[in-house]
Design a protein around this ligand. Structure first.
Ligand code: NDP
Length: 342
């Protein structure tokens, strides 16, 4: 079997030298475990944080440790009751062609219901993130205006499509003209702004004012940085900001040793939150897996009838995962990034 490990911690943006491909004998499942041949592996922005040694909401990957991640694959040997060879399962198998795992922690995936890749994207972790963050924390109401960046990615596109279906005006922000075209024509955003086309947050804000003439009621935070600075002064009273991610800052590493000082660098934002009565909620989706069934019930039919569209960006070969991951962090992906391993 092949696997990719963290060879060294990145200093800023990751490089290919931070990863190493290794070969090992295929492992044997112990009692209660299954052996899985991975078909598709997910690439997600959160993996960047796991490469640092800074404190975060989840443990870091040790140097020489296998890169973590969710994958979907086929059981090729089973030592667990109720899990048969030939069945497909989804789990945290990491960046690898094969993995053994306790069957109890795995979710079965039925290839007859939907393509198995959906379990990593539109019907999986990122889809749930968009749906949960919007509906539970964004509290959308018909007639309101929503802004979300990374609009063609699996989280942003879910947010935009669900918001649109609930009668909101949807303003997407994406990197480049082609992605903006896709945001409007494929995902149905009312309008999309290319953040790369604006030098400063102030310029982007001027364009946003036109795109959101009644102000912004929900800013679904995916990116931080220039987009956050542009949107914040446009928030309407009683607006909501689900804080999902801040990818524009991920390559700066974690908060590090001077964490206390760094968490206090934006006090003026505090006043904006006060005077506009904003609700700002950070969330991590792994605390809400119990909502997966509700999510599938709500969004499954919308995927089946075509009202929620899917866009996947599939890289061939495990050995190409580091390059695809590096590109994901700077917008080189178009749609849900994953690797076809088999
Ligand atoms: P995407 O597939 O959308 O990929 C990330 C995208 O971020 C890139 O394609 C790029 O899109 C955009 N981006 C990168 N750098 C910048 C920048 N400097 N400014 C603006 N946009 C940038 O990712 P996901 O949909 O998987 O994730 C979106 C966000 O949600 C991430 O921040 C992620 O960490 C977060 N997340 C949080 C979860 C949680 O539990 N809280 C769970 C899952 C995801 P473009 O080219 O359009 O700019």
């Amino acid at each position: 079997m092949k696997q990719i490990v963290l060879a060294s911690r990145p200093d800023g943006a990751p490089t290919l030298e931070n990863f190493r491909l290794e070969e090992h004998p295929v492992p044997t499942p112990a009692e209660g475990e299954v052996l899985v041949r991975v078909h598709y592996m997910s690439l997600d922005p959160y993996m960047r944080g796991r490469m640092d040694d800074a404190k975060s909401y989840a443990a870091n990957i040790p140097v020489d440790g296998k890169m973590e991640g969710g994958s979907v694959g086929e059981i090729i040997a089973s030592n667990a009751k109720g899990f048969e060879v030939g069945e497909f399962v989804m789990g945290g198998f990491g960046w690898a062609t094969h993995a053994v795992a306790p069957a109890a922690g795995l979710a079965k995936v039925d290839p007859a219901t939907a393509p198995i890749t959906y379990s990593l994207g539109v019907l999986g972790m990122p889809g749930l993130t968009g749906w949960y963050g919007l509906t539970e924390l964004g509290k959308p109401k018909s007639g309101e205006t929503l802004v979300v960046a990374a609009a063609t990615g699996p989280v942003g596109s879910m947010v935009g499509q669900i918001a649109k279906s609930m009668g909101l005006r949807t303003v997407g922000i994406a990197g480049g003209a082609a992605k903006c075209k896709m945001a409007v024509e494929h995902f149905g955003f009312d309008v999309c702004l290319d953040h790369r086309a604006y030098e400063s947050a102030a310029d982007l804000r001027t364009a946003l004012k036109e795109a959101a003439p009644k102000g912004v009621d929900i800013y679904f935070e995916n990116v931080g940085g220039k987009v956050l600075e542009a949107v914040m002064p446009l928030m309407n009273p009683h607006g909501r900001i689900p804080i999902c991610g801040m990818i524009s800052w991920y390559n700066e590493g974690g908060l590090g040793a001077d964490a206390i000082e760094k968490t206090l660098t934006a006090p003026k934002l505090w006043r904006t939150i006060l005077v506009n009565f904003l609700s700002v909620n950070g969330f991590i989706i792994s605390n809400h897996w119990n909502r997966m069934g509700d999510f599938h019930k709500a969004v499954g039919p919308m995927i089946a009838d075509g009202s929620v569209k899917v866009q996947e960006d599939i890289t061939e070969g495990l050995e190409n995962a580091p390059d695809a991951f590096i590109k994901l962090l700077t917008g080189g992906n178009t749609g849900k990034a994953m690797v076809k391993v088999i």
